[in-house]
Ligand binder design. Structure first.
Ligand code: ADP
Ligand code: MG
Length: 256
């Protein structure tokens, strides 16, 4: 059975997609069978994995509204080394269409059942909101990975997310828990970043991953080449950090 993790944070631009794509690629490089689910209508994880979102016959949208099975919609031939359930702008309509459907928060969960045996990890790149799409991600996951920048407002947004996770745990998915907080886009010369980082560790203890992902321009350049940063420039600091993070995840799931 696959370990299913959401990469979530309702703030935009905090590194969710970069983390999803690079963790997926690093896990695959370490011999893990990975499916990356793009749950954001922006389709950045799709493009960043080298899959053209404009050329899709099927996508996660069709799967969620029941027009396609996951086997038909997933892309298995990728250069990135993992499978992708892709997304594009069609997904923006799913939110409204799903409201009228049965088990609207469990649509992804029910669809994923067909294929979870084929993977070691299923990673879900969530949109920047606490919407029905994110809820679908949280309902099928065993845990949440929260990427965050170490800045003042980061902590404020965190309590909303933690409360949402608690509610989903209580009402919809007893398996759900926070796997960990990942510090990303970190600048060690920034005193505030160091302070916030220290506060995080004080508050969340071992829920804070050991890995710290530095700000690294190579990670930001990689998507325009349709490649995860860890494949685009293996030696770059950001790539090394994400590879370290993948090893940390592989180690962590051993105790689950
Ligand atoms: P989200 O999915 O949360 O909206 P992204 O992963 O798309 O966030 O990241 C937002 C922007 O920051 C993107 O342009 C991305 O390339 C860039 N970025 C993410 N992580 C890093 C990093 N460690 N160093 C430099 N740029 C980064
Ligand atoms: Mg994103």
């Amino acid at each position: 059975m696959a370990h299913i993790f959401c990469i979530a944070n309702q703030k935009g631009g905090v590194g969710k997609t970069t983390t999803s794509v690079n963790l997926a690629a690093s896990l695959a490089q370490n011999g893990q069978r990975v499916l990356l689910v793009d749950l954001d209508p922006q389709g950045n994880a799709t493009m960043g994995s080298g899959v053209d979102k404009r050329a899709l016959q099927q996508s996660v949208y069709q799967v969620l509204v029941g027009l396609s099975g996951i086997q038909q919609a997933r892309v298995t031939e990728t250069q990135a080394g993992y499978h992708v359930l892709p997304a594009n702008r069609d997904l923006a309509g799913a939110e409204i269409e799903m409201v009228g459907l049965e088990q609207r928060e469990s649509r992804l969960k029910n669809a994923l059942r067909e294929v979870t045996d084929e993977y070691d990890f299923v990673l879900i790149d969530c949109p920047p909101s606490l919407s029905l799409l994110t809820l679908n991600g949280l309902c099928c996951a065993h845990g949440v990975i929260i990427p965050m920048q170490c800045e003042y407002y980061a902590l404020e947004g965190l309590s909303d997310l933690v409360n949402t996770i608690k509610k989903v745990h209580a009402n919809l998915n007893r398996d759900l828990r926070i796997i960990g907080l990942l510090r990303v886009m970190f600048d060690p010369r920034n005193t505030l970043a160091q302070q916030v980082s220290a506060q995080l560790v004080e508050h969340f203890g071992d829920k804070v991953f050991n890995t710290i992902v530095p700000r690294n321009v190579r990670l930001a350049e990689a998507p325009s080449h349709g490649m995860p940063g860890v494949l685009f420039d293996k030696a770059a600091k950001g790539a090394v950090a994400y590879n370290h993070f993948a090893l940390e995840m592989i180690e962590r799931v051993k105790s689950f």
